[in-house]
Design a protein around this ligand. Sequence first.
Ligand SMILES: Nc1ncnc2c1ncn2[C@@H]1O[C@H](COP(=O)(O)OP(=O)(O)OP(=O)(O)O)[C@@H](O)[C@H]1O
Ligand SMILES: O=C(O)c1ccc[n+]([C@@H]2O[C@H](COP(=O)([O-])O)[C@@H](O)[C@H]2O)c1
Length: 258
Amino acid sequence: MDSFPRQKLKATLTDTSKIPLVLVACGSFSPITYLHLRMFEMALDWVNDHGAYEILGGYFSPVSDGYDKKGLAPWKHRVKMCELSVMESKWLMVDSWEASRPTWSKTLSVLEHFDEHLNGKNNEYCCVLPDGTKKRIKIMLLAGGDLIQSFAVPKLWAESDLDTILGVKFGCVVIERTGADIHDFLLKSDALYRNRKSVFVVKQFIHNDISSTKIRLFVRRNMSIKYLLPDAVIDYIYKVDLYSLPQDKDDDDDAHII
Ligand SMILES: Nc1ncnc2c1ncn2[C@@H]1O[C@H](COP(=O)(O)OP(=O)(O)OP(=O)(O)O)[C@@H](O)[C@H]1O
Ligand SMILES: O=C(O)c1ccc[n+]([C@@H]2O[C@H](COP(=O)([O-])O)[C@@H](O)[C@H]2O)c1
């Protein structure tokens, strides 16, 4: 049985001249915040302005516990918090395939998983237009400026993966990070420059720098986290008692950031 979430996926295009697009955000989401939700809304405005694409849906794909990053709550909790956050959204969904795997999956495999479920191995799904013709759904990675900057960390990403993720097969919508000059970075990074025609930078008109690290720290310090993330997520964090203990030494080191 296919458990891939499709409940909010638009079945067809309103404007058949456009390219159907699905955005996928990969990350820890420990916890998800209003910044992560806003990333999709900023991307939606960019898509509507750009003109070539029409959004069919957006997905959060939380990383597996195997990613082993500091402050990573168990995957079931991270998926649940993402699900609570998208309840009010008409187009955002959460796919738990990546999170539920015992080992970490490369982002390229995650995008390929989406491609398989959205388009099918032999285009059996795709997007069916009212006249019966099929259009392949374009899947793009939705990423923040910090994730893009991690492309430059030696040996972290495979160069060939980056060319596929950023190139014509997929592509990437980048939400600029407050204070970071993404355009400068785009010029400096070989992979980003090579694939610049399918890497789109979205400006944050209202700067938002809510960070999951700080949320975890606030919880540990008994400080308020209201209005930084949805109330349902806040209630969940306290109900199941997440982030009240330092996860490891590195998390303690984050105390200097406030
Ligand atoms: N301030 C920000 N501006 C733009 N994008 C961001 C910002 N913070 C996070 N993102 C993006 O959100 C996605 C999910 O990242 P992640 O879950 O690691 O969030 P985070 O708040 O940076 O977490 P942590 O504080 O635990 O490192 C990534 O694409 C990341 O680039
Ligand atoms: O595919 C890769 O080679 C790769 C290398 C480093 C990081 N990633 C992904 O990038 C995301 C980084 O999330 P975070 O929380 O570390 O900002 C997460 O989804 C990782 O799986 C992916």
